[in-house]
Design a binder for this molecule. Structure first.
Ligand code: COA
Ligand code: MG
Length: 288
């Protein structure tokens, strides 16, 4: 699965931002037709994203297109405009049911067959960011076309009538529900946007907290957010070295017939081995 530590949005009608984004080494580039694009620019965004998919070299960055939500009335024209140019994935916002994902799955599969592309070569990421979406998370997250779930903090706060705070305690229940649903279905979990994009220290704190919750990546909206987010979602050298030591010493202790043992004065047993393996998996996914 493509590593998606930092997923950068830009309005789909903004050719300048799109061309800028392909040169900054961001993991995923998400050209938006939804809320980042003005209602008067939806048609232009479709054409601009199609042109970008045709003409630009995205290098190692993943090319994603975010359509408008299912039921908005724009979604079919959005997806039809970009699929012929084979984006790496489609992002569907405000998903509230399994059927929303299945709607896109049917259209994508038909396009894959029509163009002779491998089935499932176009991946799907979804935003779960409304009260209904969180209530139906269990069914939604089980859809086999999915690679990951994006938690939209601002949309979710609006959906439940919460007031956003810097600490984001008002989001915690839903933010954790998304991580759990992702872990249960082997999906990537992509965390909230830090909208105060000039405050890099706040971004760093929020990213590290998201990583501690179990998120594998974060949505971003500005090039200055790429590096801090990639760093926060890549295990550091110290964490990698510690994880390697746990894996090595665990094996030896099993051979001695001990399930639990002591390392640097702390108890190690199976759950700590599993955590260490997750750290190593994420490090290797990030190319470390
Ligand atoms: N992707 C690519 N390039 C971006 C970018 C983005 N999301 N945001 C800013 N840039 C570029 C600008 O074009 C500018 O390029 P230049 O130096 O070549 O002129 C440079 O980065 C610096 O931008 P800056 O002046 O600091 O920001 P801004 O005032 O132009 O824009 C925002 C601020 C928030 C309006 C803008 O970052 C943005 O639109 N972000 C995406 C919003 C979005 O898509 N929201 C929906 C999903 S949540
Ligand atoms: Mg949103």
């Amino acid at each position: 699965m493509h590593s998606r530590r930092a997923l950068l949005y830009m309005p789909g009608d903004n050719w300048k931002m799109i061309t800028k984004s392909v040169a900054i080494g961001v993991d995923s580039i998400c050209m938006d037709m939804e809320d980042g694009t003005a209602i008067t620019k939806k048609v232009e965004a479709r054409a601009t994203i199609a042109r970008a998919l045709r003409e630009l070299d995205f290098g190692k960055s993943e090319k994603l297109a975010r359509i408008n939500s299912v039921g908005s009335g724009w979604e079919k024209d959005d997806i039809d405009a970009v699929l012929p140019y084979h984006p790496d994935g489609i992002v569907i916002p405000k998903v509230e049911s399994f059927e929303h994902v299945e709607w896109a799955n049917r259209i994508i599969e038909a396009a894959e067959l029509k163009h002779g592309w491998p089935v499932n070569s176009i991946r799907v990421l979804i935003g779960v960011e409304t009260a209904k979406g969180i209530m139906n998370l269990k069914e939604i997250a089980a859809h086999p076309r999915l690679d990951g779930i994006i938690f939209g903090g601002e949309d979710f706060a609006a959906s439940i009538g919460a007031t956003r705070t810097k600490e984001a305690t008002e989001l915690l229940y839903a933010r954790q529900a998304v991580v759990v649903a992702c872990a249960a279905n082997d999906l990537q979990a992509i965390d909230i946007v830090t909208i105060d994009y000039k405050d890099i220290e706040a971004l760093r704190i929020e990213s590290e907290f998201g990583a501690r919750l179990g998120y594998s990546g974060k949505q971003i909206i500005h090039p200055a957010q790429v590096e801090p987010v990639q760093t926060a979602f890549t295990p550091n050298d110290e964490a990698i070295a510690h994880a390697k030591r746990i894996v090595e010493t665990f094996e030896a202790s099993q051979k001695e017939g001990k399930g639990a043992y002591s390392l640097d004065g702390k108890m190690i047993d199976m759950p700590l081995l599993k955590s260490a393996q997750k750290v190593l998996e994420r490090a290797s996914a990030a190319g470390k």
